[in-house]
Design a protein around this ligand. Structure first.
Ligand code: IPE
Ligand code: IPE
Ligand code: MG
Length: 247
């Protein structure tokens, strides 16, 4: 029985989020520049997206570039932006063909303008696609997203459009960039690091976490299947006791 066959389609996570980590270490292990790792990470993005879409996952969120990543050496940041533009340009038609919608969460304004244009075009041509949403977290950090939400809520209150007494969890959710997207049931981080690095802090409140030792450029469909199988073997209790779940 293949790993894929062990996946129970009735218990598939609707939304999987991945912190794609380890590109630099993968390149350095073979005496190459870090950028070489980013270039090879594109293959893993393609395969994992295809695997998720084939399985019927509805939302796949990929952490591609954090707010903090702007502080990396300039050459690496530039190379990452170029790679992003090139990849989006190249993969746009595949997204259309496979009925995948591209969504960006993050501070688009901080991206170089040719990068923004390329992304806007890809967002536009895929906007009516319905099979799966591929959500790229770009120039994203969760604290930035939450701060932005708080600011927008405060503005509505000061404009008299929102009664502070009415603010609840739904209000917060509606002001996040992930508004309308269900929270990820499964969050994966590759490369053997055990941290969240400012990713989806609100949204992962009850996500199952899965840490893989594999460096991102070596990550395959099989690795994704393994994470999903692990997820399906867990009991999600949401604060209840086991007996209540099994009823
Ligand atoms: C993840 O790989 C990609 C980005 C953060 C853009 P890294 O570049 O962080 O690779 P490591 O963690 O240094 O190996
Ligand atoms: C997190 O990876 C961001 C992305 C995967 C895009 P990092 O490699 O930047 O995270 P830290 O700094 O090691 O926590
Ligand atoms: Mg890293």
């Amino acid at each position: 029985m293949s790993l894929k066959d062990k996946i129970n389609p009735a218990k598939l996570p609707k939304h999987i989020a991945i912190i794609m980590d380890g590109n630099g270490r993968w390149a350095q292990k073979q005496g190459k520049e870090r950028v070489f790792g980013h270039q090879n990470g594109v293959r893993a993005v393609r395969d994992v997206t295809e695997a998720a879409a084939e399985l019927g996952v509805k939302y796949l969120t990929l952490y591609a570039f954090s707010t903090e990543n702007w502080n990396r050496p300039r050459e690496e940041v530039n190379a990452l932006m170029e790679l992003l533009i090139h990849t989006i340009h190249q993969e746009r038609h595949t997204l259309v063909k496979n009925n995948i919608k591209l969504v960006i969460i993050g501070d688009m304004e901080t991206l170089p303008s040719h990068c923004k244009n390329e992304l806007r075009e890809a967002i536009e041509v895929t906007s009516h696609n319905t099979h799966m949403s591929m959500i790229l977290a770009l120039s994203y950090s969760s604290k930035w997203e939450i701060t932005r939400a708080v600011k927008n809520i405060a503005l509505k209150v000061s404009d008299g459009k929102l009664n502070p007494e009415s603010i609840n969890e739904d209000t917060i959710e509606a002001h996040l960039l992930t508004s309308g997207i269900p929270d990820p049931e499964l969050m994966i981080r590759t490369s053997g690091e055990y941290r969240i690095s400012n990713f989806l802090l609100w949204q992962i409140a009850y996500s199952e976490l899965y840490f893989s030792p594999t460096l991102w450029p070596e990550y395959t469909k099989e690795d994704l299947y393994e994470a999903i199988i692990s997820f399906q073997n867990r009991e999600r209790r949401f604060g209840l006791v086991s007996e209540q779940i099994q009823k």
